[in-house]
Design a protein around this ligand. Structure first.
Ligand code: HSE
Length: 453
């Protein structure tokens, strides 16, 4: 491994001589793996000083060995067999940065069964197989660390699991997918339509290998499940997340939201209510003056409301090679510090010790109550008054109503409405009835408004 000649490890006075290096085996050496190697090499003395011992990459599994050799040089053993890394006696901790959910599950479970700690940036893996993986880790007394799985550069898992432990968390909400935030920012700032903005995001390398994961909200749902589990001490429950992406979002709604003093963001929201927890990923309006409305481009922003701390906010890059490496290495430092500790003394995988995990129910999406934005196509601008009466007749409580300034070619006048809080199932019934109204010219668009206070 590369050694900085100026800051040799031997020159560090803080290293207890009794502690041997933490030996890392890495599965995958793509963008994140290569970044992790670079940052480990560049900052090795500081990292060792913080960890209390050196952290050394000793083995890498890669599909393309020649490419891997070009990245890590000759001092690291290379193999094309991930299971060799997962089970090798010379490896203390396995870093899984290959991605995917099938083979990655087998590698991680094999590593755990061989008594190795695991560090992963694989949100899909934990969202889908987290229950099984964390149970295996408890059984074998090893750590599974995953700061790189959520909003990579932002230490949000650490904030929830450690910094905010005094709090009863009320909600956690955020922009946790950089690709969709980039697309929405371009639609709003440049007036691009969805397809053009997605093409730009792909050209810049923000999107997942399958961009459907980004634009359909699945990647954000993976991350939200991990945030919610840590916030509320519940199991990882991907199937309970109400997920809606941005593929159906019209440029016109981005402009109309702006007219009403709001921005549209793809938000992941996990909220504690009297009836249980709400879990959703949806495009939603936030007031333009809200800090969350200023998280633009490919950046991520997360807010947490705790009963003692109040609202705290975290901002940073949600993707990138060294940005993810920052989180992966922080997890490695935590693992390096575990030497000699018993599992019961460690930070629990999901923030709460297993016996204290909660079984809070998930609120069905129809029962969730919030303000909404409505865009109602009408036949003539003069139909606004009739719409006001029709909304009242359907018991939709109106906070604000206006005629849209913007008309896309081929669309007629549009009545814009901000409602008072209303149950989603009641609203859906009301909109269904309204769409049959003779003055309504087409399908009504409805989006949630998140106040985040
Ligand atoms: N495709 C993801 C995003 C990468 O856009 O946020 C990081 O998870």
């Amino acid at each position: 491994m590369y050694r900085d000649p100026v800051q040799s490890l031997e020159s560090l006075p803080v290293l207890p001589a009794a502690l041997r290096p933490l030996r890392v085996g890495m599965i995958g050496i793509g963008t994140v793996g290569a970044g992790t190697f670079r940052v480990l090499a560049r900052n090795q003395a500081q990292i060792a000083g913080r960890a209390g011992r050196p952290i050394e990459l000793v083995m890498v599994a890669a599909r393309n060995l020649a490419r891997a050799a070009g990245i890590v040089g000759g001092a690291v053993e290379l193999t094309d067999d991930p299971l060799r890394v997962a089970t090798h006696p010379g490896v203390d901790v396995v870093v899984e940065v290959a991605g995917g959910t099938g083979p990655a599950r087998d590698w991680v479970l094999a590593a755990i069964a061989h008594g190795k700690h695991v560090v992963t940036a694989n949100k899909a893996l934990l969202a889908v197989h987290g229950a099984e993986i964390f149970a295996a880790a408890r059984q074998h007394g090893v750590a599974v660390a995953y700061e790189g799985a959520v909003a990579v550069s932002i230490p949000i898992v650490k904030a929830l699991r450690e910094g905010l432990t005094a709090n009863r968390i009320e909600w956690v909400a955020g922009i946790i997918n950089g690709t969709t935030n980039f697309i929405l920012s371009r639609m709003e700032g440049e007036g691009l339509d969805f397809a053009a903005a997605l093409a730009e995001a792909q050209a810049l390398g923000y999107a997942e290998a399958d961009p459907a994961f980004d634009i359909e909200g699945i990647d954000a749902a993976h991350k939200l499940t991990l945030l919610a589990a840590n916030a509320f001490g519940t199991a990882v429950r991907l199937d309970d997340v109400q997920v809606e992406g941005i593929t159906a979002l019209q440029r016109m709604d981005v402009a109309c939201a702006r007219q009403l003093g709001h921005r549209i963001k793809l938000l992941g929201v996990a909220r504690r209510t009297d009836a249980g927890i709400e879990l959703r990923v949806q495009p939603a309006l936030v007031p333009a003056s809200h800090l969350m409305a200023h998280v633009n481009g490919s950046m991520n922003g997360i807010m947490v409301k705790g009963d003692a701390a109040g609202v705290t906010m975290y901002y940073g890059a949600g993707a990138g090679s060294e940005q993810t490496a920052s989180a992966v290495i922080a997890d490695l430092v935590d693992v390096a510090r575990l030497e000699g500790t018993h599992a019961a003394q460690r930070v629990p995988h999901l923030g709460f010790h297993h016996h204290a995990m909660s079984t809070l129910p998930v609120v069905p999406c129809g029962a969730a109550c919030s303000s909404h934005y409505l865009r109602v196509p009408v036949h003539a601008a003069g139909d606004s008054e009739a719409m006001s009466d029709a909304l009242a007749a359907q018991q939709v409580p109106v906070r604000h109503m206006a005629l849209a300034d913007m008309e896309d070619p081929g669309t007629g006048p549009q009545v814009l409405v901000l409602t008072q809080p209303v149950r989603q199932d009641s609203l859906e019934l009301a909109l269904h009835a309204l769409e049959a109204h003779p003055r309504v010219a087409g399908k009504i668009t409805a989006l949630r408004v998140e106040e985040l206070v």
